[in-house]
Ligand binder design. Structure first.
Ligand code: PGA
Length: 233
């Protein structure tokens, strides 16, 4: 069971420090916990969570080691900082910043090659689901990621469920997770409006191996409540 908190563009170093100081005293048996702060807060999180089992991951990474890529950060730089993993292909990157299956795959492969743990996001939009294209979209997005790797996990995040309060039903999540696992033999996290009150039933599904939590990961009590729900499932 893995619970990852995707902080998106929230929490600068000061707020990150306060959160991590509280989090480092929490140990939830049987659950791997990861936080994904914005780049500028990574060093603070790494420092404060050193010596704990809580992982610190970035929200994106570039595929080259260095180069003329304004605004980008490489896997080597993340490693140097002590960051252990990264998210790639988040739907907000795909939607607002032109990220594609191809750039997602390049980022994922470079991160894996550099020894980072990778959470690669896939998921259909509302229109794709309504047109009955969910299967085809997931097949395409998963195929683009390439081969399974012991440091790779996929996060199934239906775009219509992200930040909307609309969660996939446990049955619907299970169906998508089973499809993804039939294509790629890796753990699959669910993401999209995971909250303390719906986490247990989602995490109880046989092919749901954890959660990628956005909004609810920003609040210490709700994030730790989700971690405890994961421990019980
Ligand atoms: P949400 O975000 O939990 O706020 O829906 C999930 C995500 O974008 O990873």
């Amino acid at each position: 069971m893995l619970i990852a908190g995707n902080w998106k563009m929230y929490k600068g170093p000061a707020e990150t420090a306060a959160f991590c100081e509280a989090l480092r005293d929490q140990h939830v048996e049987g659950v791997d916990v990861v936080v994904c702060p914005p780049y500028v807060s990574l060093a603070t999180a790494v420092q404060l969570l050193a010596g704990t089992e809580i992982g610190v991951a970035a929200q994106n990474v570039h595929w080259d080691e260095a180069g003329a890529y304004t605004g980008e950060v490489s896997a080597a730089m993340l490693r140097e900082l002590g960051v252990y993993g990264t998210i790639v292909g988040h739907s907000e990157r795909r939607q607002y910043f032109g990220e594609t299956d191809e750039t997602t795959a390049r980022r994922a492969r470079a991160a894996l090659a550099a020894g980072l743990f990778v959470i690669a996001c896939v998921g259909e939009t509302e229109e794709e689901r309504e047109r009955g294209e969910t299967d085809a979209v997931l097949r395409r997005q998963v195929a683009a990621l390439g081969e399974a790797d012991e440091n790779l996990v996929v996060a199934y995040e239906p775009v219509w469920a992200i930040g909307t309060g609309k969660t996939a039903t446990p049955e619907l999540a299970q169906e998508a997770h089973a499809l993804i696992k039939s294509l790629l033999d890796v753990p699959v996290l669910y993401g999209g409006s995971v909250k303390p009150d719906n986490a247990a039933e989602l995490l109880a599904q046989p092919d749901v191996d954890g959660a990628l939590v956005g909004g609810a990961s920003l609040d210490f009590d709700s994030f730790t409540a989700i971690c405890r729900a994961a421990a019980r499932s």
